[in-house]
Ligand binder design. Sequence first.
Ligand code: C2E
Ligand code: CA
Ligand code: CA
Ligand code: CA
Length: 276
Amino acid sequence: AAGRGRSQFFSQELLASIEHRHRLVTQLRAALAQGAFTLHYQPKVNAVTGALMGVEALLRWALPDGTPVSPAEFIPAAEESGLILPLGQWVLEQACLQARAWQAALPEAVPVAVNISALQFAQPEFVSRVRGALAMSGLAPALLELEITESLLAPHPEAARERLQVLRDLGVRLSIDDFGTGFSSLSYLKLFPVHTLKIDRAFVRDVATDRNDVAIVEAVIGIGQAMNLEVLAEGVETPRQVEVLTRLGCAAMQGYHFARPMPADEMTDWIRRRGA
Ligand code: C2E
Ligand code: CA
Ligand code: CA
Ligand code: CA
C-alpha cells in the first residue's frame, strides 16, 4: 500500500496485535447487537460542602464468559473501527434516560456527564443527535454534561468552537477532560466556550508530595478562577489529596476516595443513603 519498491518488516508481534484488535472489533460488534454493554456511574462531589454535583457515566463491557474488558482497551478499538458512533450514541441515550429516571425518583436532580470521542464530535449530525437524546428522554439540557478532550478540539479549532457554542446555546454543560495532558495551547481556552476543566489524575496523584504537581494544579485553579471556569480534580484517592486540593481552592472532586464507578441502582442507593 505504501507503493512499489517499498518493503516493511511484518513482525509476529504486529500480526498478533492486529489479530487481537480484529477479534476485539468482532466481539464489540456482537456485544453491541446483543446489548452486552452497561453503564456505571461515578459521583462528582463538592468536598467542602459534601454536595453531590453530578455523576459521570462510564462504559462497561464483559465478554460472554464474564471477563471484564477495560475501556482503555476497547474504546480505542471502537474508535478505529467506527463502532464508537453507534456505541457512543447508545451511551448518550442511556445516560439521558437514567438521569431522567433519577429526576423522577430522587428529591434532587442528578446531572449526568457523558464522555464524547473525537469521531462522534466530528459527525455533522452530532448536535442533532444530542438534541434527539434529550428529546427522546425528556431530560432538561442543563442536566446533561459532555466531557471532551483537548485532542478533539485541536484539529479544527474554529469549527470546534462553533460546535461547542451551539451546544452551549442548547443549554448542555461542557467540560474539558484530562486537562493538561493534551498538546493544545492555553490560548485555545479563550476560544472554547466550556464550563469546566477536569484536572487529570496524573497531576492529582502526587499532589500531596510533589511541589511541581502543586504548582500545576494551582496554575489550573488560577486559570479557572480568572476565566470563570469550574475546576474539578479527577482521581482523588486519599484524605491527604482532599486536604491539599481543598487548601489550593479546588472543592470539586471525583475519585475512589468518594466512590468507585457503580451500576445505576447502586448509585441510586448511594445517593439516597447520603441524603438521609
Ligand atoms: P476518563 O473519562 O478520564 O474516566 C476516568 C477514569 O478513571 C475511569 O476509568 C474511572 O473508573 C477511573 N477513576 C475514577 N476515579 C479514580 C481514582 O480515584 N483512581 C483511579 N486510579 N482511577 C479512577 P474507566 O472507567 O476505566 O475509563 C477509562 C477511560 O475510557 C475514560 O477515562 C474515558 O476516556 C474512556 N471512556 C469510558 N467510558 C466512555 C464512553 O462512554 N465513551 C467514550 N468515548 N469514552 C469512554
Ligand atoms: Ca471523563
Ligand atoms: Ca479524565
Ligand atoms: Ca482519560
